[in-house]
Structure formats: structure tokens, C-alpha cells
Ligand binder design. Structure first.
Ligand code: NI
Length: 205
């Protein structure tokens, strides 16, 4: 009985200690690292936040470097058996259909599998679709940060002795100033896709 009564006392003491520690921490945290106001209060998901990766040509590409031209961004990996090659094929088709307007658009493929998608691997891969597509890769940390910046997901799924990647399949439409405009679903009719891209090119932001 005595021991049982002691437990709640010990718990309350623990609550007190933790509480005091939290009060102490909350007092110190703003001094140590000032936190900017979070985007949560705006009610709009911030998609397309800062990222920095390396292109299949070895150039550093980040969100500010991409600014100035609207772009379509797609996450995938070169070992993907179906969704990625199909999407890249369809994006190549969009570029063809745009004709000379294709020069006003950038198409970006971001690898979610930096382990296997080396720069050379990516260079060979985009060559099979359209040379105008820019393939990007980074370290695992840079890749994770980019996936997070686009509120996307990418997960390694073991497959026998190897693995596959489960990943967001939507194509992100970004304006010239890097604002998230919407997504393109590759199941949409090609006319709808093209119309969405043309509207993206006509945007002023
Ligand atoms: Ni894929």
C-alpha cells in the first residue's frame, strides 16, 4: 500500500520537474534560435519551399535558380518500371505539343533514389525521353528536404534482394516566381494537360 501511494507522488514530482524544464526551455529557445512565424496561420500549404540539388549535367539547381520560368516538377526514380517512364513520356509529349512555347517552360525530374540514380544514370535516362528535361539528384538529406518542401512522399519498399520506391506520382505546376499552382494527374486526357500547362505559361506570377 505504502509503495503504491508513493507512485503518484513520484509522478507529480516528475510532472513538476518536466514542467519546470519546459518553462525554462521555452524561455531560452527564442534566444538561442529565433523562430520565424510559421506558415500554418496562413492556411495555405507552402509547397515548393527552398531546395538545392545537382542536375544531370553537374550544375547546382535550387528554387531561386529555377525562378523566372514556370516549371513542371516530378518525383521519381530511373528503376521505376511503369509510372515514371510513362509520366516522362507524357511530359515529353507536352513539350512537343507546345512547339516553340516549350522554351518558356522547364520540366524537372527529381530522383527519390539517389543511391542508384547517379549523375550518369540520370543523364542516360533523360536522353531516352527529351533532352530538355532536367534531372536532379542530391544527397539523401537534400533529397529528403526536397520531398518535404513539396509536401510529397517517397518510401523505400524492399523487393526481394533489392528495393523499389513508393513515391508521389503527381506533376507539380510551379509559376515563374515559384508559387505552387496545382498538379497534373497523368490520367487526365492529354488535351486537359496541355490546357493546364498553357494556362500556367500565361500566368503573370
Ligand atoms: Ni515511379
Amino acid at each position: 500500500m505504502r509503495r503504491l501511494r508513493l507512485i503518484p507522488v513520484a509522478l507529480w514530482m516528475l510532472v513538476g520537474v518536466v514542467g519546470a524544464a519546459l518553462v525554462g526551455l521555452s524561455g531560452w529557445v527564442p534566444i538561442l534560435s529565433p523562430q520565424p512565424p510559421t506558415a500554418i496561420s496562413r492556411g495555405v500549404a507552402a509547397v515548393g519551399g527552398p531546395f538545392s540539388l545537382t542536375s544531370h549535367k553537374g550544375e547546382q539547381v535550387d528554387n531561386s535558380r529555377l525562378a523566372g520560368k514556370p516549371y513542371l516538377l516530378f518525383f521519381g526514380f530511373t528503376y521505376c518500371p511503369d509510372v515514371c517512364p510513362t509520366t516522362l513520356l507524357e511530359l515529353s509529349e507536352v513539350l512537343r505539343e507546345l512547339g516553340t512555347d516549350a522554351g518558356r517552360l522547364q520540366v524537372v525530374f527529381v530522383s527519390v533514389d539517389p543511391e542508384r540514380d547517379t549523375q550518369e544514370q540520370l543523364a542516360d535516362y533523360v536522353r531516352a525521353f527529351d533532352e530538355r528535361i532536367v534531372a536532379l539528384r542530391g544527397t539523401q538529406a537534400e533529397t529528403d528536404a526536397t520531398v518535404k518542401a513539396f509536401a510529397a512522399y517517397a518510401r523505400k519498399v524492399p523487393q526481394g534482394a533489392t528495393y523499389t520506391m513508393d513515391h508521389t506520382a503527381s506533376v507539380y505546376m510551379m509559376s515563374a516566381s515559384g508559387n505552387f499552382v496545382g498538379t497534373i494527374d497523368m490520367h487526365e486526357p492529354s488535351a486537359t494537360r496541355l490546357q493546364k500547362v498553357r494556362r500556367l505559361l500565361d500566368r503573370r506570377d
